[in-house]
Design a protein around this ligand. Sequence first.
Ligand SMILES: NC(=O)c1ccc[n+]([C@@H]2O[C@H](COP(=O)([O-])OP(=O)(O)OC[C@H]3O[C@@H](n4cnc5c(N)ncnc54)[C@H](OP(=O)(O)O)[C@@H]3O)[C@@H](O)[C@H]2O)c1
Length: 304
Amino acid sequence: MNNSDIIANLLVTGASGTVGHELVKQLLASPPHLANHNIIAGVHSKNGAEKLNNYSGLKIVDFDYSKSDTITNAFRNVNSLFLLTIPNPDSLDNFVDLINLAKNSGISYVVKLSVQETIDSEPKTMLGRLHKQEEKIVEESGIPHTFLCPTGFMQNFVTFYGDTIRTQNVFYAPTGDGKVSFVDSRDIATVAATILLSQSSKRKQYENQSFNLTGPEALSYGQAAEIISNIVGRKISYRDIPESKARDNMEMLGMKKWLVDAIIELHNITKSGKASGITDSVESIIGRKPHRFEEFVIDYISSF
Ligand SMILES: NC(=O)c1ccc[n+]([C@@H]2O[C@H](COP(=O)([O-])OP(=O)(O)OC[C@H]3O[C@@H](n4cnc5c(N)ncnc54)[C@H](OP(=O)(O)O)[C@@H]3O)[C@@H](O)[C@H]2O)c1
């Protein structure tokens, strides 16, 4: 038996979410010569499990960051882990336990989804600091890893702004003319799949590194609105709202104060233009250019 005959078990956490679901689809569709992987989806809720029920060849396991028995069970015989967390100020202890369980289970590679701000040694936002703390815990565990550090997702225009775009032809954010080098979450999934499916000798080039993943162009929200308008064939407007109004909207939705503060910080980074840098990381890993915003809108036209 040579290395390529060995079946590896690959667990995707957050498997029903924006990035995780796409990653599951791409892993299941990976070329036959990479088929020596069992793909396992870690699901948190019944709704999440229902989204994944119809994929043949996919094993589904319960996975809840706050329930260590689900983690112990999900990690059994797993070799590689795609780790997606929703960090909050109280989640660090659970994360320490999770990484200890990963190490004790013999997991030999972790690809962790982080945020762009962790590229800085001292992130300037709350979410950046929380992800950075998680990254340090992974580093200290000694498990070989790669950190994916994307800018804002293009898919936010569906998940966060899609509702008012569909119902009122408008979306609201306090970002002025600030530009973001939006990245397509499908490209993030392709980067993760490429690294997770690489043979260990090839994977060395990504090991213990962080990659700042961006799209190919930086756009303001106003420019994004123009592109959406041209493609959907009706006028979609971007309204720049004051920070206080954005806060009120999020509080009305019942969001916790720390999260409202954290999102306002991210909007301020956007407004200042600091989220507009472009890297070639996506192309250098997956061997093709990342999707442009226009391509994303065409592919998701039914969501607008
Ligand atoms: N959005 C952006 O622009 C952006 C940019 C950079 C980085 N990020 C990072 O990307 C990550 C979010 O990725 P995403 O948008 O793909 O996520 P998402 O669509 O919000 O999905 C979250 C996933 O996590 C699962 N989940 C929720 N609570 C859980 C728990 N207690 N235990 C286990 N799983 C749980 C959810 O399952 P259920 O649906 O079943 O609850 C779902 O599958 C965050 O770490 C964020 O900081 C986001």
